[in-house]
Ligand binder design. Structure first.
Ligand code: CO
Length: 134
C-alpha cells in the first residue's frame, strides 16, 4: 500500500543552526523557512536526489514537537512520511486493522499542500508515521 518515502522529518531547536549544518557542512540545497502556524512548526526542506528531509522548528508554546525536543534536546528524527495513492482508503484499511490515526482522523493539509495523516508510533515500530496523498 505505501509508496515512495516522501521525507524524513528532523526536529531541531534552532532552525538557522540546522540549516547551516545541511547547507554549509553537508552541501545540500535548502529552501527558505516556511511558517506553518496551523501545525505549530516552521519548516525547511532539503531536497535530495531520491527524497526530502524536513527540518522542523517549534512555533509557539503549544507546538506538537515541544515535548519531543524536551526529551531530545539535541534534536532527532521525529517522523517518516510515506506516499499513498488514496489517503482515505489507506486510513480506512489501517483503522480496520486496529491502527490508531492521530487527531480527529480526518486528513489535514500538510507542508506540501497535500492531505496528510499521522499514525500512532506505538502501532508502527515506535516511529511516528505520516501518510501523504501522492
Ligand atoms: Co512531515
Amino acid at each position: 500500500m505505501i509508496g515512495r518515502l516522501n521525507h524524513v522529518a528532523i526536529a531541531v531547536q534552532d532552525l538557522a543552526a540546522a540549516v547551516a549544518v545541511y547547507r554549509d557542512t553537508l552541501g545540500a540545497e535548502v529552501t527558505e523557512p516556511l511558517p506553518q502556524p496551523e501545525h505549530g512548526v516552521t519548516v525547511v526542506f532539503i531536497t535530495l536526489p531520491n527524497t526530502k528531509i524536513e527540518l522542523l522548528e517549534p512555533m509557539g508554546d503549544n507546538s506538537p514537537i515541544a515535548k519531543f525536543l524536551e526529551k531530545n534536546p539535541n534534536g532527532g528524527i521525529h517522523h517518516v512520511c510515506y506516499e499513498v495513492d488514496d489517503i482515505l482508503a489507506a486510513r480506512d484499511r489501517l483503522k480496520a486493522q486496529g491502527a490508531r490515526v492521530l487527531g480527529d482522523g480526518e486528513p489535514k493539509t500538510g507542508a506540501h499542500g497535500k492531505p496528510v495523516l499521522f499514525l500512532h508510533p506505538k502501532d508502527f515500530c515506535g516511529t511516528l508515521t505520516e501518510l501523504e496523498q501522492a
